[in-house]
Design a protein around this ligand. Structure first.
Ligand SMILES: [Zn+2]
Length: 208
């Protein structure tokens, strides 16, 4: 996972190339449902309760035949016709600076329990990316921050996630302490960051 993060960030041109699924779709090669859709469990329709099926959208040239080779999780009840779309999740967080130091949290939960990282987590509905980043910083480090600017963007298509990390600064009362998902919170001089104990290589490269 980590090496993919690093290479994804290094080259946008790589990310702009069409996926194999999309390329097969537009070139007319049909090799059945893509593996990333087959792994998803979608058993019952959330609209009518009927069984869901992984099948191809019927209409040629419709929007649904353009991505994922046209394969979708669809309700088996034709009168309902509900389609369960699965989209990537957005992870947002902050690189918090205070007096030349960076605020890190030691994780209390898996994955990478016990290792250091920046405060970050899944964006919620009804918030902006910056609001989500500030909220996660409060939840994990009990720190109030002002978000300054986007700093890093990572795409990790193999696990369906995209990351945006913001630069931020600590604001009054300039305090921090471990939240529920952290064992410890600490300000590090950039030269003192324990890179051999940083949780994710994406975070590690961003901090470097
Ligand atoms: Zn249905």
């Amino acid at each position: 996972m980590s090496s993919v993060m690093a290479s994804a960030s290094a080259s946008y041109e790589h990310n702009l190339a069409p996926s194999v699924t999309f390329a097969n779709s537009i070139m007319g090669c049909d090799e059945g449902p893509p593996a990333h859709l087959k792994r998803i469990k979608s058993n019952f329709c959330r609209q009518c309760g009927s069984a869901m099926q992984l099948k191809r959208a019927k209409e040629e040239g419709s929007e649904d035949s353009d991505s994922n080779g046209g394969w979708r999780h669809m309700c088996s009840n034709d009168e309902c016709g509900y389609i369960d779309y699965f989209n990537p999740k957005m992870v947002v967080g902050c690189i918090v600076e205070h007096e030349g130091k960076i605020l890190l949290c030691r994780r209390a939960i898996e994955p990478c329990k016990g290792l250091w990282t920046v405060p970050a987590g899944f964006m919620e509905l009804d918030e902006t990316t910056a609001e989500g980043a500030a909220r996660e910083t409060w939840e994990e480090a009990q720190a109030l921050v002002q978000v300054l600017a986007p700093y890093a963007h990572w795409d990790i298509p193999m696990i369906g996630q995209a990351y945006i990390l913001f630069r931020a600064k600590l604001v009054h009362p300039f305090t921090f302490s471990p939240g529920r998902e952290s064992l410890e919170t600490r300000l590090f001089h950039p030269g003192d960051i324990p890179f051999d104990q940083v949780a994710f290589s994406s975070v590690s490269s961003t901090l470097k």
